[in-house]
Design a protein around this ligand. Sequence first.
Ligand code: ATP
Ligand code: MG
Ligand code: MG
Length: 379
Amino acid sequence: GATLGVMGGGQLGRMFIHAAQTMGYFTAVLDPDAASPAGRVSHHHIATDYLDPQGLAQLAGLCDAITTEFENVPAPALALLADSKPVSPAASAVAIAQDRAQEKAHFVRCGVPCAPYAVIDTPEQLAAVDEALLPGILKTTRLGYDGKGQARVATRAELASAWAAMKNVPCVLEKMLPLAAECSVIVARGADGQMVHLPIQRNLHRDGILAVTEVYAENMPAAQVNSALAAAKSIASGLQYVGVLCVEFFVLQDGSLVVNEIAPRPHNSGHASLDCCDVSQFELQVRTLAGLPLVQPRQHSPALMLNLLGDLWFVRSEQSTTPPWAEVLALPGAHLHLYGKATASKGRKMGHLTLTGPTVEAVRATALQAAALLGIDAF
Ligand code: ATP
Ligand code: MG
Ligand code: MG
């Protein structure tokens, strides 16, 4: 049988492995952590550094096609793998998603509006920043996630000291926008250019980390949904993208839509697709990687996803204790996903819980019950 490989062994890789194995593939994971969530469920696990030539050669030797599960996989590693095996998404697309300045330049090229911004690589660029970008958010161009590598700045003086605190690494300054909501769209694009998408996802972040995603048609006006889908598709086509791409948007208080950032892989906000759609984001990843047909996914139930952060293991005491899963699983339409991480720590993504039901009201009601049982703030 054919073998599919993935760079990175986190929870996204683990759910990709599950989907690939369900469809009859053998799997291989490359992740330096010998106990990574994906490595532990994969047929093969190569525990070397991402840039180790021997590890990469071993992965290429085992696999018929290779993908990635995290944004910061070194693009040169993907480029090296691509010398001998099909790799999707391509290193060139991943490299753009890894760099906020290049990413925003791509949005501009595609004609999709993003927040007003300035690139800050030099003291001269810092000095020349337009006053109209304040108050703003200073973000490192590379390696940020879950709100890390960001500082909110109201004045030029705060901007200068925030940049100094970031050791003057390349950054972008974005204007702080008045958000009414946030949403994301996941598209899958095949090598032939065909695209399908998952239903629009409405996202609530807390402390820079995704907390709740709601997936139902009543989420947003149809015109907004359509413009988000069109924007996501033009971003994917403009990259000649092959694979699963997540596009995050801001909905502004005047109802307009602004693109925030992209992730070149399945995304936390797409996890409900495992339980509420007839094709999940991970099956889409397998299909694009293996060159299988793409069929437009159909949502069969309204759904709400709660992220399960390590904090929940400490709600009842300072010592780590297991959350009350039996009580949660007594709720109708509760789907528990735990990622097999050995230790919980605060802020760590340990799993997610998706609630499905016959109506939006039923889903919200059981989700509120689950949140109360787990000690998650209501939404
Ligand atoms: P992720 O884990 O999604 O990759 P990240 O670290 O890349 O997150 P962003 O998505 O850039 O961070 O920002 C995190 C959150 O901060 C956003 O979801 C939004 O709530 C808020 N935020 C970011 N940029 C802006 C902005 N320009 N105006 C208002 N709010 C913003
Ligand atoms: Mg990001
Ligand atoms: Mg984000």
